[in-house]
Design a protein around this ligand. Structure first.
Ligand SMILES: [Zn+2]
Length: 222
């Protein structure tokens, strides 16, 4: 199942009175856009709602998942054991593309979106404009950067999952409420605000790279 741009699953369980938590925003979600409803044996319903209809569902035998058309050109899972400094060094080797673009390339590492790449680069002190290939260096000041970046990517994603994701657009929890990670952005969507890194007097800048906004601190991201 792919959520596309605006797909959303909501679980309606009449036996479950308590919701997982309380959230700042409530979402509407017109039932006009409920395209698929799963009726479970226990009476619960899982509803797939998708106003923009870019989402899709497909049935694939489990043993062909890796090679099926949806996954075969995808890179490694950032939360799996395969993501480490060695992987980053190997796939970025010789790459002249900006680091930001290389991290968004789903064939190298799958599942990293714009927000999380901005946050991870900020926490790593790496400029989004730096050539991706420079992270392959095993010498000098760059030596440990790929290891550190791999750890930070994992930290950012785990933090976001625990906070319930980000809700800048239409994504929501399975109970219909929106995620909370956006309250923890350190750099994303903070153009012209002071850098939050202690001892840094920088100001967050916004630039556009491959059509997407990049937020970064030119002072502490090199
Ligand atoms: Zn800074």
């Amino acid at each position: 199942m792919h959520l596309g741009m605006s797909g959303r699953f909501t679980i309606i369980d009449p036996t479950q009175k308590q919701k997982p938590g309380t959230f700042h925003h409530e979402t509407g979600g017109s039932s006009l856009h409920d395209h698929v409803v799963f009726h479970l044996e226990n009476g619960a319903r899982i509803i797939y709602n998708d106003p923009r209809r870019f989402g899709f569902m497909d049935i694939v035998p489990r043993n062909t998942l890796e090679s099926c058309r949806h996954f075969k050109s995808m890179g490694i899972e950032p939360l799996g054991n395969a993501l480490d400094g060695d992987h980053i060094r190997a796939v970025f080797e010789g790459k002249k593309a900006p680091l930001k673009a290389a991290l968004l390339d789903q064939s190298l590492i799958a599942g990293l979106g714009n927000i999380y790449v901005c946050e991870a680069l900020y926490r790593s002190g790496l400029s989004p404009k730096r050539r991706a290939g420079t992270l392959s260096s095993k010498r000098g000041a760059m030596q440990d950067k790929a290891d550190k970046l791999a750890d930070i990517i994992r930290d950012v994603l785990i933090e976001a999952v625990e906070a319930g994701g980000s809700s800048l657009r239409d994504f929501a929890q399975t109970d219909g409420s929106l995620g909370y990670f956006q309250h923890r952005f350190r750099v994303y969507d903070r153009e012209d605000e002071p850098c939050v890194t202690k001892s840094c007097a920088g100001t967050i800048k916004r630039i556009v790279q491959s059509g997407r906004s990049t937020f970064f601190c030119p002072k502490c991201q090199k």
